[in-house]
Design a protein. Structure first.
Length: 246
C-alpha cells in the first residue's frame, strides 16, 4: 500500500513515467534510511511509513514545480523556466535547518542538475545527512554542520539562488536578515508553511524588515497528494541585490 501511495503521489505531482522511474528507487532507499535511524536519532515523528511518505516526502516535492520554474531547472518531473544565474551554471540551493533532509533531499533527488547544501547544526542529524547522501549516491548534495547564521556571516561562503526551509524558525526580522545574507543577487527564500491565517500572521511580523531588505512576498497554495491539510509556499524575494544593506 505504501509503495502505491508514493507512486500515485508522484503521478499526482505531474511526474512523468520516466521521472517516477528515476526517483522511486532513491526515494524508497531514503525512506529506509530514515526508518533505520529514526528510533535512535528522533528524526521525524510519524506513526507509520504512509504518514512519512505523505507528510514529508510528498510534502517536500509539492513545491518542485514552483522552485524548478523559478530557477529554470528541469527536474525529474519535467519542469523548467528561468532566473538569476549565468548560462550553464548549476543553480545552488540551501536547505536551512535540514533536520532529516526535508525538503532538501527529496528535491535533490528530483533535481539532479542543481547543487544542494543541507545546513544542520545538530551533529547527529548532520551525520545522518552525510551518511544518507553517500548511501543514495547524491553527488549534488553537500552537508554543512553549522548554524545558518555562521554561514550567512562568512564572506568566503557561497551564495544561493534559493534557500528552502520547512519546520524552521518563525520568520522574524532577525531570522530574515540572516536568510537574506545567504542569497545570491536575485535569489529567493522559499518557506513551506501551513494555513493562510497563520501565514498572514507570521508575515505581518516579518514585514517590519521588508523595507530594509527591499523584499516582497507572496504565498502560493500547495497541493500535497493525500494530505488533508492546508499547505502554502511562501516566496520572499529581495531587491535587485538580493541581500540586505550592510
Amino acid at each position: 500500500m505504501t509503495d502505491t501511495v508514493l507512486e500515485e503521489g508522484l503521478a499526482l505531482l505531474n511526474f512523468t513515467d520516466r521521472g517516477r522511474d528515476n526517483v522511486l528507487p532513491l526515494l524508497r532507499k531514503y525512506i529506509e534510511e530514515i526508518e533505520l535511524f529514526n528510533p535512535a536519532y528522533g528524526l521525524v515523528k510519524v506513526r507509520d511509513r504512509e504518514e512519512l511518505i505523505v507528510k514529508h516526502i510528498l510534502d517536500s516535492l509539492a513545491a518542485l514545480g514552483i522552485i524548478g520554474s523559478i530557477l529554470g531547472e528541469t527536474g525529474a518531473a519535467g519542469e523548467s523556466a528561468g532566473t538569476g544565474r549565468a548560462a550553464g551554471e548549476q543553480p545552488a540551493i540551501a536547505d536551512a535547518g535540514s533536520g532529516a533532509g526535508f525538503p532538501g533531499i527529496p528535491l535533490a533527488i528530483a533535481m539532479p542538475g542543481a547543487r544542494f547544501t543541507l545546513i544542520e547544526r545538530m551533529r547527529r542529524r548532520a551525520g545522518f545527512l552525510r551518511e544518507c547522501s553517500a548511501v543514495l549516491g547524491l553527488a549534488n548534495v553537500a552537508v554543512e554542520e553549522t548554524e545558518m547564521e555562521k554561514i550567512a556571516c562568512d564572506p568566503a561562503a557561497g551564495r544561493f539562488q534559493a534557500v528552502v526551509f520547512r519546520a524552521f524558525r518563525p520568520l522574524e526580522p532577525g531570522i530574515l536578515r540572516g536568510l537574506f545574507r545567504l542569497l545570491a543577487p536575485g535569489g529567493v527564500l522559499a518557506a513551506y508553511k501551513g494555513r493562510r491565517e497563520a501565514v498572514e500572521q507570521e508575515m505581518a511580523a516579518a514585514e517590519k524588515a521588508m523595507p530594509e531588505l527591499g523584499g516582497r512576498w507572496e504565498a502560493l497554495p500547495l497541493e500535497v497528494p493525500f494530505l488533508d491539510e492546508e499547505r502554502r509556499l511562501v516566496l520572499i524575494r529581495g531587491g535587485k541585490d538580493g541581500n540586505p544593506a550592510g
